[in-house]
Design a protein around this ligand. Structure first.
Ligand code: PLP
Length: 381
């Protein structure tokens, strides 16, 4: 049986989410209907909304359910444009779900550099916003709360303060952090934040945009008046119920992050001890507990993924794109790691279902595959 170590791509469904989805699926009723089953469905929907809002320190009315993190990011960028943003600044390592709608928005886009630690360059932002003061053009600044490849947690509250003080709009892609580490929407001062259920043990195809009360959102998907006219279409109620249950379960056990971090640290200790020429990225900065980003120059990412798959482990090259092809890691590129590292990046991501034995087994299989893939001289770096 495959050992699944790819929680940042999609976490296994939590039992709590499955139970909540089963209940919602077996009840009938459209949340927009006025009869009793409709009202019961509406009550289930609003309970889920309140749960998610309170776990993210947002107001229930600020939560707009979407088909996932990608749609939420698209909606935020469209809303910022409608609110007068005339230029977008986003971090160099943002996910395609931010960079593609930013590029398609027709607005000029500037790239916010990232330091070698995997953290965005805050001095750059401060200088850039000071320069903007004289121009008067409204900006949208976008920063992910935690990076999908390295797990490095970004200083969103500090960035939010600077962006707000300068009178601009701030968007946080919180898809990877939600349910894995604390995310405080109110404290981030963000106008918008994107969430996705399947990264924390909920189902795929459901997420939310949190839009602060001072940030208007006009629907991009037009039709009925669902989600207070901000996103038309009958809500995916079973998915939303599963999303709320997963997030609640993820954040209810205060000891879970430390347990998962210990598993990740064991893997990294095994790989560093063995002097296998493996570099671990982002370890000097605060990280999500379960993410480990490795590189092994000379051993291409896609070859590593296939070798580990054959050995019975599911892991990703830095980021998988939808076609299933492997690209060189743009995150390591942004960190200035150089081509040899960016082409040999591997992401191992643990989560709620992971065990210490899995980390041990992966480390042994990885070192074995590496020693067979490379000549001895290259391994003993
Ligand atoms: N943002 C980040 C940082 C992600 O890692 C992902 C998924 O990989 C997304 C957005 C897209 O989320 P979804 O798969 O729910 O569309």
């Amino acid at each position: 049986m495959t050992i699944y170590l790819d929680h940042n791509a999609s976490a296994p469904l939590r039992p709590e989410a499955l139970a909540a989805m089963g209940e919602a699926l077996s009840a009938c009723g459209n949340p927009s209907s006025v009869h009793a089953p409709g009202r019961a469905a509406r009550a289930r929907l609003e309970t889920a909304r309140r749960t998610i809002a309170s776990l993210m320190t947002a107001r229930a009315g600020d939560v707009i359910f979407t088909s996932g993190g990608t749609e939420a990011n698209n909606l935020a960028i469209a809303a910022a444009r409608a609110a007068g943003a005339r230029r977008i600044i986003h971090a160099a390592f943002e996910h395609d779900a931010v960079t593609a709608p930013a590029a398609a928005s027709g607005l000029p886009v500037e790239i916010w550099p990232v330091l070698g630690t995997g953290v965005v360059d805050m001095a750059w932002l401060e200088a850039r916003l000071a320069r903007q003061d004289s121009g008067g053009e409204r900006l949208l600044v976008a920063l992910m709360a935690a990076n999908n490849e390295t797990g490095v947690i970004q200083p969103v509250a500090e960035a939010g303060r600077l962006v707000r003080e300068a009178g601009h709009l701030f968007h946080v892609d919180a898809v990877q952090i939600a349910g894995k580490a604390a995310f405080d929407f109110a404290g981030s001062l963000a106008h918008f934040a994107a969430l996705s259920a399947h990264k924390c043990g909920g189902p795929m195809g459901v997420g939310a945009l949190i839009a602060a009360c001072d940030a208007g959102v006009s629907a991009q998907i037009l039709g009925g008046g669902q989600e207070s006219y901000r996103r038309a279409g009958t809500q995916n109620l079973p998915g939303i119920a599963g999303f709320a249950a997963a997030l609640e379960a993820a954040l209810s056990d205060a000891s879970e992050p430390a347990r998962i971090a210990a598993i990740r640290d064991r893997l990294e200790a095994r790989l560093s001890d063995a002097r296998a020429g493996v570099t671990i990225w982002g370890a000097q900065a605060p990280r999500l507990p379960g993410t480990s980003c490795l590189s092994a120059p000379g051993w291409m990412s896609e070859i590593q993924v296939i070798a580990m798959d054959l050995a019975g482990f599911a892991v990703s090259a830095g980021a998988a794109c939808a076609s299933g092809k492997v690209r060189r890691s743009k995150v390591l590129d942004a960190m200035g790691a150089g081509q040899a590292h960016a082409q040999s990046a591997l992401r191992v991501s643990f989560g709620w279902s992971s065990t210490m034995d899995e980390a041990e087994a992966f480390a042994a299989a990885y070192l074995d595959a590496r020693s067979r893939a490379l000549p001895r001289a290259a391994v003993a770096v």
